[in-house]
Design a protein around this ligand. Structure first.
Ligand code: UT7
Length: 335
């Protein structure tokens, strides 16, 4: 048995900044409402045709590979988490293999939305710990902006989400006290539709049904979120799964050096911060700049925290996520 650790991190966000004031020009919303309810000041939207979920993921991956000090041909496996793939199929994992020119290693697509990166890290961790692979590339990337309802009807969702990508290399670590200590994953499918995008899908409505019906009132191909219900579940599940991870490792909240929560809503992060008695320095937030980038939010935040010197050798780093599914999870890391 080996241990595993994060040896390289990278992120990429498109240049195009969309402020709250920009949004209030196309829908009934305001900078004050968005900041008060979510903490978001601006987000990035790709310029249509210039980027895809895969191309952003590839850019983030290149940086992570370089920082890990490995060659792309030393990547033994690719894991790609997204809810906004380039194609219905195949998933972006194989597109990354192609576009990075990596040899014919396995590529796995993870569909766990906001928890996608945490699920991805957990899978990579097990492959590395078992000795099966030495270096696993985990990417979280999202292109939300093409698929949002940018009218007043969709404002409860569309002001929140942003585009971007983050990536990590998980590598073999010989020191058992260093690296990923444990990961903790959960799901509760009875709430699947509370945060979902129902169509197109083979279950209820395919593209041909949408075209045939040609209904201008149709909202089924836009993301739906029961905001308050999701919020209430998020604060409970975030807290539970962080506690679970700490207890599993005989740690307490006072041991946390940095919590990097999925950037769902600044109010959720603040609730969790208070619950665990953490200071502002112990919780990393960048939702103000990027909005909620779903599977990309943790790797973008972790990379920024690392670049700012907030992730140091020996630190206890906690990652935690909650989102559509519902799915949630945490990862406890001794850096
Ligand atoms: O990342 C995955 C997990 N996601 C989350 O954890 C998100 C959880 N939920 C949330 O973050 C919050 O519920 C939201 C930010 C989505 C919404 O905030 P809220 O405080 O729960 O607002 P609400 O949905 O209860 O809406 C309050 C009012 C409504 O108007 P009325 O009915 O009171 O007249 C909405 O129509 O705010 C209105 N509203 C808006 N007003 C201006 C909704 N969206 C907007 C908007 N601008 N963008």
């Amino acid at each position: 048995m080996y241990n595993s650790k994060i040896t390289g991190l990278g992120y990429y966000v498109p240049d195009n900044v969309v402020t709250n004031d920009d949004l209030s020009k196309v829908m009934e919303t305001s900078d004050a409402w968005i900041q008060e309810r979510t903490g978001i000041k601006e987000r990035r939207h790709v310029v249509r045709g210039e980027e895809t979920t895969t191309s952003m993921g590839v850019k983030a991956a290149k940086i992570a590979i370089e920082r890990a000090g490995i060659d792309k041909d030393e990547v033994d496996f690719i894991i790609f988490a997204t809810l906004s793939p380039d194609y219905y199929f195949p998933g972006p994992g194989v597109l990354v293999q192609r576009d990075l020119g990596i040899k014919t290693v396995g590529a796995l697509d993870v569909r766990n939305q906001c928890s996608g990166f945490v699920y991805g890290i957990s899978v990579a961790d097990q492959y590395v710990k078992s000795g099966m692979y030495k270096n696993v590339l985990v990417v979280g990337s999202e292109l939300h902006s093409h698929g949002l309802d940018m009218t007043t009807r969709g404002r409860g969702v569309s002001v929140i989400f942003g585009d971007g990508a983050g990536a990590a290399i998980i590598s073999r670590e010989e020191d058992p006290k260093k690296g990923i200590l444990s990961s903790h994953l959960h799901s509760e499918g009875q709430h699947a539709e509370e945060l979902s995008l129902i169509a197109p899908g083979m279950g209820k409505r395919w593209v041909t049904d949408i075209i045939e019906e040609n209904d201008p009132e149709d909202e089924s191909y836009f993301p739906y979120m029961n905001g308050q219900f999701v919020f209430k579940n998020a604060v409970v599940r975030f807290s539970e799964v962080i506690m679970e991870g700490l207890q599993k490792n005989n740690l307490t909240a006072t041991d946390i050096d940095l919590l990097v929560p999925h950037q769902a809503n600044l109010r959720i992060s603040q609730f969790v911060q208070k619950k665990f008695g953490l200071s502002n320095d112990q919780v990393f937030n960048n939702i103000m700049k990027y909005g909620n980038t779903t599977a990309a939010s943790i790797p973008i935040a972790l990379t920024e925290a690392w670049e700012q010197g907030k992730v140091k050798e020996g630190d206890l780093i906690v990652l935690a996520a909650f989102g559509s599914g519902f799915t949630w999870g945490s990862v406890i890391i001794r850096w």
